[in-house]
Design a protein around this ligand. Structure first.
Ligand code: ASP
Ligand code: MG
Length: 454
């Protein structure tokens, strides 16, 4: 068995759904279980509808609900034509949209949106897309069977970011999904949504469909999980910044996490952790170019010194200097406690005997945090910095790669430098405007045509 998951753009319209069907057709002998996201943009639209109606803008909210009705009906007609199946599907989807409209009105009356009602509303995206995909797959000759995700994805009641109950999911997957798949039928279910044991609808948090796929894969110990999206996979650099970025055919979980923290929006590695952890290979593939190799993510990957070049700007550098740090213990703890109290997440850290420098991504907590920090010593703040990282699995091995990275920086001012002791990244804090040129130089050094083996 394999789990085949299609993201929002891969089921975003009739053509995309047909491409998904042809992908699944080629996998039939591997007994696929299909997990789908809402059609692209639908989850955002639903969350906006909830907010709008609670704010009293019922007319606007209902107009958006009707927009969703139209979009789903239209794609259904494009997929199924003027047929009995189409009429039946449109009837079902229409009934769901009616429910959604009622919920929207209820929120408007209450004038308040709770996490629980937000989940109830957000769940319609996957409820609708999964029905649409089942009908389309059948039309393409695939024996698809709809399974209500809420019967499988059992969670606690932490609405909007529910925790999966792994044992219950495992039991339900064995009972509801495995027999269909083994029998040559193709179970199709929505990702992202689940339910408590008391049948209240929950969601796993944004981007949660990958998480659903991973949980099902882990529960059934499937051969593999395929995440079909609209990019070729993970690359050696962000192609919007660096020309000639190359596909990474295989990355380790650590490296994937490191890259994701730099905003590689391909997928959130934590979402696939349940599967990767138990040794299930996860592939990221492009549904517009199904012949591509994609990126394979595994827990352990072959170690190579340099995997990719990542970067981001809009970083704030904070320097704290104090003689009190000298020869005392507990100073770091006190310092980090300030960040913890203000919920500011620290990214890069470097220290000397009398100073500590660190960066934060989100400067919104800075004003609140500074007075507490100033109690510890002299503080200076540098905004508009950026980070460039050379990500690899064994960067420090041999020393040669470090030397090359530093040489590629040439005369760029570097404000801070950090090499993780695990050799997973070399991080440099530079001026914001230097991020892109430094990324390009490092990419050329390690992956350019003239690059030695990296
Ligand atoms: N539809 C949900 C979202 O947009 C879940 C997903 O697509 O993974 O967050
Ligand atoms: Mg999505």
């Amino acid at each position: 068995m394999i789990v085949v998951k299609f993201g929002g753009t891969s089921v975003g319209d009739a053509e995309a759904i047909e491409r998904a069907a042809s992908i699944v057709l080629t996998k039939r002998e591997r007994h696929p279980i299909v997990v789908v996201s809402a059609m692209a943009g639908v989850t955002n639209a639903l969350l906006a509808i909830a907010e709008q109606s609670a704010r009293g803008q019922l007319i606007g909210a209902i107009r958006s609900v009707e927009g969703l009705r139209e979009r789903h009906m239209q794609e259904a007609e494009r997929l199924l034509g003027d047929t009995e199946e189409c009429a039946e599907l449109c009837g079902e989807m229409s009934a769901m949209i009616d429910e959604l409209a009622h919920l929207t009105e209820a929120l408007n009356t209450l004038g308040d949106v709770t996490p629980r009602s937000l989940d109830a509303i957000a769940s319609y995206g996957e409820q609708l897309s999964s029905q649409l995909v089942v009908a389309a797959f059948r039309r393409c000759g695939l024996p698809a069977e709809h399974v209500d995700a809420r019967d499988v994805m059992i969670t606690d009641d932490a609405f909007t970011r529910a925790e999966p109950n792994v044992d219950a999911i495992s039991e339900a997957s064995q009972r509801l999904l495995a027999p269909l798949a083994r029998d040559g039928r193709i179970p199709v279910l929505g990702g992202f949504i689940g339910s408590t044991t008391r049948h209240l609808t929950t969601t796993l948090g944004r981007g949660g469909s990958d998480y659903s796929a991973a949980l099902i894969g882990a529960a059934l110990q499937t051969e593999a999980i395929e995440i079909w999206t609209d990019v070729d996979g993970m690359l050696t650099a962000d192609p919007r910044v660096v020309d000639g970025a190359r596909l990474l055919e295989r990355v380790g979980f650590d490296e994937a996490s490191e890259l994701a923290s730099f905003g590689a929006k391909v997928l959130h590695p934590m979402a696939i952790y349940p599967a990767v952890r138990v040794g299930i290979p996860v592939y990221v593939l492009n549904s517009r170019r199904p012949e591509g190799k994609g990126t394979l993510i595994t827990f352990e990957a072959p170690r190579r010194p340099v995997t990719a070049i990542a970067g981001k700007s809009g970083v704030t550098l904070i320097r704290l200097r104090t003689p009190r740090m000298l020869l005392t213990e507990g100073f770091m703890r006190t310092t980090f406690d300030v960040f913890h109290r203000h919920r500011a997440s620290v990214d890069v850290v470097a220290t000397s005997e009398v100073s500590v420098s660190l960066t934060i991504d989100d400067a919104s907590r800075l004003d609140a945090l500074l007075p507490d920090l100033r109690e510890l010593g002299d503080v200076s703040i540098e905004r508009s910095r950026g980070i460039v990282a050379v990500v690899g699995a064994d960067l420090s091995a041999g020393g040669e790669h470090m030397a090359r990275a530093l040489r590629a920086l040439s005369d760029t001012p570097v404000h801070m430098l950090s090499l993780s002791a695990t050799g997973i990244n070399l991080t440099m804090v530079v001026d914001g405007e230097h991020v892109a040129p430094v990324m390009r130089r490092l990419h050329e050094e390690f992956f350019g045509d003239g690059a030695l083996s990296s």
